[in-house]
Design a protein around this ligand. Sequence first.
Ligand code: ATP
Ligand code: MG
Length: 353
Amino acid sequence: MAYEIATIPGDGIGPEVVDAALPLFEDAADAAGFSFETERFDWGSERYVEEGAMMPDDGLDRLESSDSILLGAVGHPEVPDHVTLHGLLLPIRKGFDQGICKRPSVLFDGIESPLRGYEGGDIDFVVYRENTEGEYADVGGREHLGFDNDVAVQSGVFTRDATERIVRAAFDAATEREGKVTSITKSNAQAHSMVFWDDIVEEIGDEYPGVEVERLLVDAASMDFIRRPEQFDVVVASNLFGDILTDIGAIVTGSMGLAPSANINPEGEYPSMFEPVHGSAPDIVGQGVANPLATVLSGSMLFEHLGEQAAADAVWDAVTEQVADPDAPRTPDLGGEAATEDVVADLRDRLSV
Ligand code: ATP
Ligand code: MG
């Protein structure tokens, strides 16, 4: 079986981590008895600066035939963040109906959490973030509803379909993990969308009588992600809240450089996209020291999504083994001095399928 994987290395450290990780993915595929071809799309902020668009008009058409997309990072000090987000990431997530963003937060053995008293294995939860609408829906503006330039309106859109889909994905995950679901809202302040969300959680929850449900307001959840992260299992949240909470989830498990994510089109009608949670990290770009592990783990999630579980496990296990080994190379974000390339070379030695 040969897959087509589209790569969008993007900006900043994106190309550094994607280019470094690909040979490891090829090894894993080889060993597991399949192959893939990559097609590289050099889209991102540089293209925006030169041509006024992050990607071409027919960008989605060109990606559509691929089995999966691997993305590095987008972001550029001279391009406003809302341009990079709305010019590439959001159109892909929305255009390919990638309604489910899955972001695991795992504190590996051998990794130091900034939280006192936490050791490897203590933190292991996954956030299911709604990925196509909510607070990121492109509704509003300064002229919206006839307001003048002194008022800007930003509305959220929560549809039953998208909300049910993310909530159901969370309950399915909790069933598989034999764990619980924590639903995050701000229902006290946002009395329309978030109450609607609560109602849907209750309805879907009734279909899963074996799964415990916990509800938290996002302010309390932000505190509890730091105060008691070990008590979370599957967390389900809207687009904005999920975005914020997963940065906390990434840092309490050691480094932004370790956090992977998947943007999944659950029906498989369109390609899903896999990317590290971190951004373009302009402060370390070009130094060759970006941590590739978030991208490597995203590749593991990509293989899992393709149904290539052996390769997915091999990649994930190589990372687990490496970070647990005090003598293994580590990038500076994990307290070491190793280069991106050294970390991948060591992983390739450890790979066993
Ligand atoms: P962007 O605008 O693209 O989101 P950012 O600066 O807002 O960029 P990140 O790129 O996520 O956010 O960087 C946040 C911090 O984490 C920076 O100090 C960066 O160096 C660090 N960081 C992010 N990714 C990595 C990585 N892969 N390896 C090492 N450090 C990283
Ligand atoms: Mg950022």
